[in-house]
Design a protein around this ligand. Structure first.
Ligand code: FES
Ligand code: FES
Length: 157
């Protein structure tokens, strides 16, 4: 076991974790953040994506102890039902959510992209989300949503 401390969605937290524990397990079972989805568990689907220091990572492949001292964000950081982030509004507006299983990871990947590139083209978005699989929507609506969110964010600045 190891004691770790990190920033989780803007707040300092601590946890005692197993040596082989994944960040996916820590977030879901110790912090009850069920938005972090478990799909394949082998780094192929992206459903478990979280941000570590604002970069997307597969939490199923990340040992919990590796986030000691770092910044971790899950989709709860973005917004809540009554105060959705522009990306969340855009996904709804563009019909980019169906079952929703991929959506938390997709939103976080898109958030990371827009922090680095506030006017991404289709190719930029396709490349960014290439590690996040969606079996429902096709990717057209997701790409439209990210561009729509960029427009909202740019109009706010
Ligand atoms: S559950 Fe982690 S990549 Fe699929
Ligand atoms: S909305 Fe169902 S997997 Fe993407």
């Amino acid at each position: 076991m190891k004691d770790i401390g990190f920033i989780l969605n803007g707040k300092e937290v601590t946890s005692r974790v197993e040596d082989t524990e994944t960040l996916l397990h820590t977030l879901r079972e110790r912090f009850l953040l069920k938005s972090v989805k478990e799909g394949c568990s082998i780094g192929e689907c992206g459903a478990c994506t979280v941000l570590i220091d604002d970069e997307p990572h597969y939490s199923c492949l990340t040992l919990a102890e590796k986030v000691d001292g770092r910044d971790v964000k899950t989709v709860e950081f973005l917004g809540e039902e009554k105060a959705l982030h522009p990306l969340q509004k855009a996904f709804i507006h563009s019909g980019a959510v169906q079952c929703g299983y991929c959506t938390p990871g997709m939103l976080l990947t898109a958030y990371s992209l827009l922090k680095k590139n506030n006017n991404p083209d289709d190719g930029d978005i396709r490349e960014a989300i290439s590690g996040n699989l969606c079996r429902c929507t096709g990717y057209i609506q997701i790409i439209e949503a990210v561009k729509y969110a960029a427009g909202i964010l740019n109009s706010e600045t």
